[in-house]
Design a protein around this ligand. Sequence first.
Ligand code: SF4
Length: 450
Amino acid sequence: MAKSLPNLAQRVITWQRQYGRHDLPWQNTQDPYRIWLSEIMLQQTQVATVIGYFNRFVDRFPDVDSLSNASLEDVLLCWAGLGYYARARHLHACAQQVVALWAGHFPTTAEALQTLPGIGPSTAAAIAAFCFGERTPILDGNVKRVYCRFFGVKGDPTSRVVVQQLWQRAKESTPIEALTVEQPDAMARFTQGLMDLGATCCTRRQPSCERCPLASDCVAKLSGRTNELPQPRTQRVMPERSTIMLLISRQIPDLAHGETCTNKMSADKVIADTSDNVNVLASKANTDVARHNQAVLLYKRPAKGIWGGLWTLPECRLAGDFNITTHQLTTTQLPLTAVKRHALKQKNTHTHTKLITNTSAIESSSKLIVEQWCTKHAIKNPTLLSMAAFRHTFTHFHLHIQPWLVEINDEVGFDPQTADETMQWVRVDQLHRFGMPAPVQNLLLNFTML
Ligand code: SF4
């Protein structure tokens, strides 16, 4: 048990003033909009990645009114590449509720903030502490790690019992009222200090205890268990799924529907605000003469579910009933023995995407499927080219993706655009106007460079 709990808050506050982070784009403000946005973006995403997205987002949507008035499609376009897209959908819904139910002003207590979409207890507490000085505890992933080590909390830190213990510790550690009266910025400093400690000092591996203001009382440090706490999560065996993505391209001159695509987004403003990856896509598309006169077929996913509301590529599956306008994530049971063997050797990375180097098994299996699909959809004599297979990891499963380039040479009889608007032919130089997940952005980037 740690000894000097009453001093914990003051030590964190003093340390934050001297050694904490002070120049992040969402700091030095009490604007709930900017702080809320940063807290949502920082969930499951590193600070270094968030900074660029945050700056582009606030340029595009400077306040809650502009965000609430935007289309979800514009919001997703600004979010494209950041992942965990439910966050963007909740962000949009939250902005609309703040305008509709709170007259455009964020509520000022953690309790009321939690009633808004996408705002959980720790995020609500962080906003309330930073913006309104409320004495309320936070418990994000980094802070859990600090408390587990400092208090020597054993057990699975994701289990309900341990989380309850940690919330109790967090409440006990919150600055007392007298401290916040004496130091009006105490809650903001303390909250930021805990975040900074977790991110820069009490890191997952090899914590820098020698720089930590809590080291003299830290149970993990004193008992030599910094490598054992928090208890490592039990490794889950992630299900493996697979799919074939079709990058269907055709020449532009007789593009029947493509011109409508260029009007879908709020054009130039959006172009300037898209992610780094999409900006690269834009510049490649605009400079690559070979692909400049081509269009590709994009598929808009349903609003909810994997990559909800984003534009991706049509997919096909093993069975013969594929409907090009399907609203399902079409995963298959392809014989992926070789792919699995190689994919399992890969280590996780920040992008959650792995290139699969030995693709012969999936290539030969999937070519037949793609040929059958083309026949079924009246695509005559297409040029087929397999692209590099890769694995993308979602929260709950790995998805093996075998992309195929399908170049349409004779399009008589092929019309993928049905009554709904989930399919669009898009000129290569307009692709950057569509919000896409990172793996699809990368595929299209490769395509424009072929
Ligand atoms: S002393 Fe080390 S293990 Fe303990 S809280 Fe500080 S950095 Fe983490």
